[in-house]
Design a protein around this ligand. Structure first.
Ligand code: HEC
Ligand code: HEC
Ligand code: HEC
Length: 170
């Protein structure tokens, strides 16, 4: 209850953020943070992560958490829970596709195909994906969706390029 305490609810982001610097930097850009600081109604780190049981949430857990505040009875953004779940699932899917594509390219390189261009495209995709994941705490879900589209495009281009050099050989 003591506003001077480091675990007072508005001081929690600063406490966790002393180690999780990137999460805090992004969180500060969200309206969650502004609402927490100005009106005391936004979530802080512990709302979603708990204090002791700190782990990365699964998409289903995320949907549950978001829906605590964002639901048809609440005032704002009732669809955010399912959307957040979809974004997290897509991040995982895109990651799997990328890993698979990398395997395909490695195989092609071993059988003597030219894979430089495909490798470049997949490297770009990997960078973009890690930025996406890194920006999760901004909670700009539709922006994240379009960036995931870009990652998928890069992977598809990489595989197409590989097909071209394969056909070139035939
Ligand atoms: C003294 C530094 C420190 C503080 C303070 C701290 N953490 Fe961590 N946290 C860590 C380290 C180190 C890890 C392990 C990172 C790893 O394994 O890559 C971690 C892991 C996590 C993970 C799991 C990350 C993963 O990828 O599995 C979450 C979530 C997390 N912390 C949330 C929090 C929250 C919420 C708070 C505040 C209540 C907090 N942390 C405070 C250092 C800290
Ligand atoms: C509204 C809910 C919510 C709030 C508030 C929130 N997080 Fe998270 N956080 C998540 C979810 C969901 C994930 C899992 C994202 C993923 O799977 O990539 C996550 C992932 C993480 C991770 C692991 C991945 C990474 O980015 O390194 C850490 C560490 C973390 N959060 C720390 C924090 C800290 C520190 C705060 C407060 C400044 C905070 N979170 C606030 C929902 C939240
Ligand atoms: C403790 C309550 C609470 C929880 C839990 C919560 N939110 Fe929020 N959220 C708020 C409040 C309050 C606002 C600001 C209301 C507004 O702007 O109308 C907000 C605003 C938002 C916005 C508006 C975008 C912005 O930043 O301008 C998004 C997106 C959002 N939340 C996503 C999420 C997601 C995703 C989760 C779950 C991972 C989540 N919220 C969990 C209370 C919560």
């Amino acid at each position: 209850m003591n506003p001077g305490s480091r675990v007072y609810y508005t001081n929690v982001p600063g406490l966790c953020g002393s180690c999780h610097v990137k999460a805090l930097t992004d969180f500060k850009m969200s309206s969650h943070y502004r609402n927490l600081m100005d009106k005391g109604v936004g979530p802080n780190c512990v709302t979603c992560h708990d204090a002791m049981w700190t782990k990365v949430l699964t998409p289903v857990e995320v949907e549950m958490f978001c829906t605590l505040c964002h639901n048809p009875r609440g005032r704002s953004l009732p669809d955010v829970g399912p959307l957040a779940k979809r974004v997290l699932e897509r991040m995982a899917e895109t990651e799997r596709t990328l890993v698979q594509a990398r395997g395909t390219v490695r195989g092609a390189a071993q059988s003597g195909l030219r894979t430089e261009k495909a490798e470049q495209l997949l490297a770009l995709a990997a960078t973009e994906l890690s930025h996406c994941k890194g920006n999760w705490h901004t909670f700009r879900l539709s922006a994240l969706c379009s960036r995931l589209d870009q990652v998928d495009d890069l992977v598809a281009k990489g595989l197409r390029d590989l097909n071209h050099s394969y056909n070139g050989l035939k």
